[in-house]
Ligand binder design. Structure first.
Ligand code: COA
Length: 162
């Protein structure tokens, strides 16, 4: 069997169509866990935002050949905390891809001087909440409706995700 190598790199505007195809191929539950809403036909404006690399926003992709199989972004918010979002294709999970994508983003964020992490997770997303509690046991959570927001030290996060 020929296995295509998985690569991780920064997103560019030229990745928009591959990212749109990736998002459209996610299950409704994966879309909801990542974006807290279904995506319907996936709007061009959302895709543009998800491939936009700016001074306060980093985006990395996992690719298998030319197919996008994972997407992660880190945005520095007004309080200076780095907000993370990640989603991996259902066919490529539990192989360390999300860990690899987030490790890449966190190292860049630490190098850029950020020191705090903010994670918004649905209250019923047990896999991710357990993951955060294992990797970042000092995370403090606040609940608002169905969403939990975790706050953690970015120095610790960068070390444990690497
Ligand atoms: C959360 C998600 C990104 C993880 O992607 P992944 O590539 O499978 O993650 P990894 O393989 O790097 O594993 C991450 C951790 O989850 C654990 N994990 C992954 N899949 C698991 C499973 N099916 N059961 C139990 N644990 C699991 C891994 O053991 C690892 O924990 P560890 O670091 O303590 O060993 C993926 O499940 C997903 O896309 N979910 C929907 C979107 C979402 O919930 N995003 C998070 C909110 S922004």
């Amino acid at each position: 069997m020929i296995q295509t190598q998985v690569s991780v790199r920064a997103a560019t505007e030229g990745d928009a169509e591959a990212v749109r195809t990736f998002l459209a191929g996610l299950s409704a539950s994966a879309q909801y866990q990542r974006f807290f809403t279904g995506l319907g036909s996936v709007s061009p404006s959302l895709v543009r935002e998800l491939v936009a690399v700016r001074p306060h926003q980093n985006v990395v992709l996992a690719l298998c050949g030319t197919d996008v199989i994972g997407h992660a972004m880190a945005s520095t918010n007004r309080s200076g905390a780095v907000e993370l979002g990640v989603v991996v294709s259902e066919d490529h999970r539990h192989k360390g891809l999300a860990t690899r994508l987030l490790g890449e983003l966190l190292n860049r964020a630490v190098l850029a001087g950020a020191d705090r992490l903010q994670l918004d997770v649905l209250g019923d997303n047990a896999l991710v909440l357990d993951w955060i509690r294992r990797r970042l046991p000092d995370t403090e959570f606040e609940r608002e409706g169905n969403t939990l927001t975790g706050y953690a030290s970015l120095a610790v996060a960068a070390t444990t995700a690497a």
